[in-house]
Design a protein around this ligand. Structure first.
Ligand SMILES: *Cc1c(COP(=O)(O)O)cnc(C)c1O
Length: 451
């Protein structure tokens, strides 16, 4: 008995500093955090306080080292503390932090994006993904002179009021707010539909003729599992919008610059009316953006009457980070190398799952992956995710944390692979993940034998 206890103590990572910092944080912030999913409420233990990051690794305040697959929730496609981003930021800082005037850096980042993306004519920089989406929705409403919008269950678009909405119950086709503080009158203007279901889209346009301003979708839904849609469905949405005078907004805050430089629009070759960006475009600093066709963007102030502004929008330090990162993404072979390493990584885990016959899957596209305790071939709707399976994710998450692999603290979150994750690191991580699965299913087996 004594001996087993000792082994456990030795194996357990020490997280004293993280724990005591979290104690303090609890007295400072609601739930101890500045963004809810950081709070570890969907997994075991307390949040890890990160002290620094380098390449594919992060170190917590207790000195524990982890291979990181959260990558700041997607922005760090070059890994942590990338040299070119870091030096661009240092250089920019020498010249002052913010001016509230136009700067050359805004032109530079915008040109890099627009010249290399055929799906946009004009862009506007904001400070977050939420702001980008909020502004794009306002623009769609201003442009079409309509109020209603369609969103999909399982897509996340940030925390603007119109989008904190879930499907109403029963026959109601309008949405109800999913957060207190969002007026029902606002929520009622949002129609929430299932993904991968054409019929309900047609019904909505029939029920609300000339009232729907836009459809907004994550073309690669990656905020509630990874719910990869068929190209044919996305084309259908494009046509449904065309036929009904509504705009199609691709929320590419995750997929933009992740699934190739042109994001999902280029991947599927679909021309949305508006595209929103965030995460990668800022290289780890707070940048969001929205853009689209010239004639639609002309409605934004000061050219047009749709108001949208920002004191720190296009901030020179953030632009410098964005320029360095986006420039790196434009290097020939960047995405093919990244994606093939990612494919090798997921194949190791998939092969193990197959060999052992575990009931689970690794869904992936490009450098995004999602480990799910489901053996469905495809999951394309939020309601197809088995909520009970999240119990197994919790065990996996804590095992991986103990063994130096950091995944976002929820089974609904995807993992991100960066350029800094080299093949060797990925193989080590994949092996650790396979071990975690053996641990889970062995335990399950033992428990069943006991019963
Ligand atoms: C992260 C995200 C947002 C919100 O961006 P923030 O920068 O967190 O405000 C919006 N849409 C999608 C698809 C996202 O992944």
């Amino acid at each position: 008995m004594q001996q087993t206890l000792m082994v456990i103590t030795i194996e357990l990572m020490i997280k004293e500093r993280s724990d005591s910092l979290f104690e303090i944080a609890l007295s400072l912030f609601p739930g101890g955090v500045n963004s809810p999913v950081r709070a570890f409420q969907s997994v075991y233990g307390n949040p890890v306080f990160v002290e620094r990051g380098d390449g594919s690794y992060i170190w917590d305040e207790d000195g524990n080292k982890y291979i990181d697959f959260c990558c700041s929730w997607g922005p760090l496609i070059l890994g942590h503390n990338n040299n070119s981003v870091k030096s661009a930021v240092s250089k920019a800082i020498e010249k002052g932090l913010s001016f509230g005037t136009p700067t050359m850096k805004e032109n530079e980042l915008a040109s890099l994006v627009l010249k290399n993306n055929n799906y946009l004519d004009k862009i506007r920089f904001v400070n977050s993904g939420t702001e980008a989406v909020m502004s794009a929705i306002r623009l769609a409403r201003g442009f079409t002179k309509r109020d209603k919008i369609i969103k999909f269950d399982g897509c996340y678009h940030g925390h603007a009021d119109s989008l904190l909405v879930k499907a109403g119950s029963g026959l109601a086709t309008f949405g109800v707010s999913s957060s207190e503080g969002v007026p029902e009158s606002t929520a009622n203007e949002t129609i929430v539909l299932d993904l991968n279901d054409k019929e309900t889209v047609n019904e909505a346009f029939t029920n609300y003729p000339n009232e729907i301003a836009c459809i907004i979708i994550e073309p690669i839904p990656a905020n509630n599992g990874l719910l990869i849609q068929d190209q044919e469905y996305l084309i259908f949405l494009r046509e449904a919008c065309n036929n009904n005078g509504a705009l199609l907004i691709f929320d590419e805050v995750i997929s933009g610059f992740r699934l190739g430089f042109g994001g999902a629009a280029a991947f599927y070759d679909i021309q949305p009316d508006l595209i929103t960006y965030g995460k990668i475009i800022g290289g780890g600093l707070p940048v969001g953006a929205y853009g689209g066709k010239e004639e639609i963007m002309a409605h934004i102030s000061p050219d047009g009457n749709v108001y949208q502004a920002g004191t720190l929008s296009g901030n020179p330090i953030a632009m410098a980070a964005g320029i360095a990162q986006i420039t790196a993404c434009l290097v020939k072979g960047f995405y093919s190398t990244l994606d093939s390493r990612a494919a090798h990584f997921v194949e190791i885990i998939r092969a193990h799952i197959k060999e052992k016959g575990y009931k689970m899957s690794v869904y992936s596209i490009g450098s995004i992956f999602w480990i799910a305790f489901s053996d469905k071939k495809r999951i394309q709707k939020a309601s197809d995710i088995d909520a009970d399976s999240m119990e197994l994710f919790k065990i996996m998450h804590s095992y991986l944390l103990e063994h130096g692999v950091y995944l976002g603290p929820s089974g609904y979150e995807v993992g991100f692979i960066s350029q800094a994750h080299d093949q060797k690191t990925l193989e080590i991580a994949a092996k650790t993940i396979c071990n975690s699965l053996d641990h889970i299913f062995d335990e399950k087996q033992k428990n069943q034998e006991r019963i």
